[in-house]
Design a protein around this ligand. Structure first.
Ligand SMILES: [Mg+2]
Length: 146
């Protein structure tokens, strides 16, 4: 697998929302290996500010952050979008419980990655992202049009 080829195939503007500086560095380095340079937000409030300035394709969203956690930030972001296409949001969490997964989806997240992030899992999650500016929204992979 050619890692640094991933961003050329899938050009994505990425925001990493993570409060822990060690986890930030690990995730940024992982993204760098794939050719991405992500912006960073340290809590949900910073996420909401960032998305007002930049149209991101993807947010990697830690669930547990101070000030405003990932679930709350996602709910507010989805409210502010009010039906307009927004960034894809992938939850980052150390808890791989089904209950957490459910809460992520209910809040408006699209996908889910367990921490520590594995490169293969990240690449698979990126493959499921379609850039938000594609002209016609198509159903997700594996979904047949009616
Ligand atoms: Mg955290």
């Amino acid at each position: 697998m050619l890692l640094n080829d991933v961003c050329r195939r899938l050009p994505l503007r990425i925001l990493l929302a993570e409060d822990n500086t060690v986890n930030q560095r690990v995730a940024l380095r992982l993204l760098e290996r794939l050719g991405y340079r992500a912006d960073v937000a340290a809590n949900g409030l910073e996420v909401l500010e960032a998305v007002r300035r930049v149209q991101y394709d993807l947010i990697l969203m830690d669930m547990q952050m101070p000030e405003m956690n990932g679930l709350e930030a996602t709910r507010r972001l989805r409210q502010e979008q009010a039906g307009r296409p927004g960034p894809r949001i992938i939850a980052l969490t150390a808890n791989a419980l089904e209950e957490d997964r459910q809460r992520c989806f209910e809040a408006g997240m699209d996908d889910y990655l367990a921490k520590p992030i594995q490169v293969a899992a990240l690449v698979a999650a990126l493959e499921r992202c379609a850039p938000s500016r594609t002209p016609a929204p198509s159903p997700g992979p594996g979904v047949e049009a009616p």
